[in-house]
Write a protein that binds this ligand. Structure first.
Ligand code: ZN
Length: 292
């Protein structure tokens, strides 16, 4: 999996600049001051060690319904503060364009930016292939910029936020959704890891996927990092961790998930569905900010 040499043993927290300590594994780091987690999975040498990509079919089936549902939850929260009619929206890392579809139905003029050509081509909404902000035209600005399950992959989140600030119109809104380290799974999985069952921790960080996680926020450190860059939080909430429809495909998406383990995991998730999605601390959160 991850090579042992060339791994950093300490680093500075991108949020509060405190020295981070290596925790759980030698490739994950924790900030005692603000609770932010980082990994070095975004570095080039580790990228070369990952061979696997996710099969397109499982990826689409596994994520479609949950992403649509979470986009609808986010849209309802947004509409409590502002109308979508006539607003321009740029969704960064837009994937198949599902988030944009939901916001377009609400009246927004949407644009997606997606680096994976094969994915971008399947989007039903206007999508440009490339990265933020390079894919944008000179001086191009929006009323809303969104990052859905994207921010946790960023190597330089502060720089990205500075660019978002420049690319938003006056009183523009920033929408961010991320997996949360305050969630139930993130709290439970280190216990499994200590018992020698390491696959869930690797999976949490997507370390064998093409695009692994390099940051793991909680509600407080996400807000702190973003507000430092000239934004004010106006709303926040929980998103669903999984939907029953598509769940089997999502479980099958990971490499090395044996059949018995997959079936067991499926059964446990079905039985605990209401607790995980409504009662326990959520593993997926969104926050909405206004440019100040
Ligand atoms: Zn910190």
């Amino acid at each position: 999996m991850v090579g042992k040499d060339k791994l950093q043993t300490n680093r500075t927290c991108p949020n509060c600049k405190t020295n981070m300590e290596s925790k759980i594994t030698n490739w994950t780091f924790f900030c005692r001051n603000c609770g932010l987690w980082t990994s070095n999975l975004g570095s080039k040498e580790n990228r070369l060690l990952r061979e696997m990509d996710v099969s397109q079919k499982d990826r689409i089936k596994g994520l479609h319904s949950i992403r649509l549902e979470n986009a609808t939850i986010t849209r309802r929260a947004f509409e409590k503060h502002d109308t979508l009619h006539g607003k321009t929206l740029c969704d960064v890392g837009s994937g198949y364009g599902w988030f944009n579809q939901v916001f377009e139905e609400g009246g927004a003029q949407v644009l997606g930016i997606e680096p994976e050509k094969i994915v971008a081509k399947q989007a039903r909404v206007k999508t440009r292939i490339g990265y933020f902000p390079n894919a944008l035209k000179r001086g191009e600005r929006f009323d809303i910029i969104s990052f859905n399950d994207v921010f946790e992959h960023m190597n330089h989140p502060s720089k990205v936020l500075e660019e978002v600030h420049k690319r938003l119109n006056k009183k523009g809104k920033l929408i961010v959704s991320v997996p949360s380290s305050g969630g139930l799974f993130y709290r439970l999985i280190p216990v499994f890891h200590k018992l020698g069952y390491r696959e869930p921790w690797n999976r949490l960080w997507q370390c064998e996927f093409n695009s692994p996680h390099v940051l793991y926020f909680n509600s407080n450190n996400l807000k702190a990092l973003i507000e430092k860059k000239g934004f004010r939080q106006i709303d926040k909430g929980r998103l669903k961790t999984f939907e029953l429809r598509g769940l089997k495909n999502r479980i099958n998406t990971g490499k090395g998930t044996g059949k018995i383990i997959s079936c067991l995991l499926f059964a446990v998730l079905v039985l605990t569905y209401p607790l995980i999605n409504y009662i326990f601390p959520s593993d997926s959160i969104f926050q909405i900010f206004e440019k100040v």
